[in-house]
Design a protein around this ligand. Structure first.
Ligand code: PLP
Length: 402
């Protein structure tokens, strides 16, 4: 028997080959720098509204400290089902078609693990949220990225989906409004994509965590399109819309076979989502709407400030229709995404995320979160303007496509 000396040899090769998140790597650098204004974090700068925190405290006082059912509190599932029906006219049976998870993160992992066979391909629009590729690989699947660019507003088309399909394609993973670009899809194109999904019998995972944060037009819930509810796993949660990232509550809604399979994995790995978080989520659905609307109005005001500030300083910036990210083109400063982010951090102490962290089609761009106070944004823009002026960038008169 050989005795291990190199412990890295004992690690699962899929995990060993996986690069650490480009965001994390960059933020280790940020942690070492003083006086940084961070536009890099993908979470609300608001604290969870007080009445939601209070409801959780009250539930603790009443002694709600045990596990809930594996599927989550029935009352919460009922409230989610009612919310989905009111918002998008899609009906789910709270007993069999809904599972409360530890954030959308767990819901995503469960869908992939429950459904993928080794070698199954998953189509993912790119630039892409950093978890999609690695989670697909860890579940034995093969991520197939569909690159998009600023000229098409970082949207996919039915044609692009059709062209990316092979005999191994099993799933299409959508995320609109999008992280990192802020792109939203229009209903007409989504309808065509739905037709392609039906024609090729694809399962669709729709990560709608930014659905409420839609500023232009109305969010289209993919499951509400003709023929889609049965084949769509709708993922959503409380992190972004209700400023509840740390509570770790999300959900998956879908056909009862898929949900039952996911519940099996969830019951062995997680047991249930945190009880306190579920209590808070219930309160968020019961009476969190006014606070949520206020936060959304705030993001929307900042969105317009941010887009104009980038264009004024000479960086082309696509107008995001949702989420709380802008995706300016930084390559006009003659730098790669990483060079721009690293030099800006070093010279002006402003942190943003290099666009290539979201895949090769993000190269030349940077993700800027406007879940940041207007004061910090203004100071960050003063510093960035100085930085790009030093590199010869002048005000941009050509506007990028909306
Ligand atoms: N999906 C997307 C697109 C995200 O941007 C994030 C967090 O940044 C998540 C999922 C994770 O959400 P949760 O906090 O519900 O796990």
């Amino acid at each position: 028997m050989t005795i291990t000396t190199d412990w890295s040899q004992r690690i699962n090769p899929t995990v060993q080959a996986m690069p650490p998140s480009g965001i994390r790597r960059f933020f280790d650098l940020v942690a070492e720098t003083k006086g940084v204004i961070s536009l890099g974090i993908g979470e609300p700068d608001f604290v969870t509204p007080w009445h939601i925190r209070e409801a959780c405290i009250y539930s603790l006082e009443k002694g709600y400290t045990m596990y809930t059912s594996n599927s989550g509190l029935l009352e919460l599932r009922e409230a989610i089902a009612a919310d989905l029906e009111n918002s998008y006219a899609v009906r789910y049976d709270p007993r069999t078609q809904l599972l409360i998870t530890v954030g959308v993160s767990e819901a995503l992992d469960l869908c992939l693990r429950a459904l993928l066979l080794p070698g199954d391909e998953v189509l993912i629009p790119e630039p892409s949220y950093v978890s999609y590729g690695p989670c697909t690989s860890m579940a034995g699947g093969v991520p197939v990225f569909m690159p998009t660019g600023m000229d098409e507003g970082f949207r996919i088309s039915a044609d692009l989906v059709e062209r990316s399909i092979t005999p191994r394609t099993k799933m299409l993973l959508l995320c609109y409004p999008n992280n990192p670009t802020g792109a939203v899809m229009d209903r007409a194109e989504l309808e065509k994509i739905a037709e392609v999904a039906v024609a090729h019998d694809l399962i669709v995972i729709s990560d709608e965590i930014y659905g409420r944060l839609t500023y232009t037009g109305r969010h289209t819930c993919v499951a509400s399109l003709p023929g889609m509810q049965e084949r769509t796993l709708l993922l959503n949660g409380f992190s972004k819309a209700y400023a509840m990232t740390g509570w770790r509550v999300g959900y998956a809604a879908g056909n009862s076979d898929f949900i039952a399979a996911m519940t099996k994995i969830h019951q062995y790995s997680m047991l249930c989502a945190p009880t306190m978080g579920q209590m808070a989520a219930l309160e968020a659905l019961k009476s969190g709407q006014p606070a949520m609307r206020q936060m959304i109005e705030n993001y929307n005001r900042r969105r317009s400030v941010v887009v104009h500030a980038f264009r004024d300083m000479g960086l082309p910036c696509f107008e995001p229709g949702g989420a709380f990210y802008a995706f300016p083109q930084v390559s006009v400063a003659g730098l790669s995404s990483e060079e721009f982010a690293e030099q800006l951090l070093k010279e002006e102490q402003v942190a943003l995320v290099p666009g290539n962290a979201f895949g090769p089609s993000g190269e030349g761009f940077a993700r800027v979160s406007y879940a940041t106070s207007l004061e910090d944004l203004s100071e960050a823009f003063r510093r960035m303007t100085r930085f790009v002026r030093r590199r010869g960038v002048r005000a941009c008169l050509i506007s990028a496509p909306a």
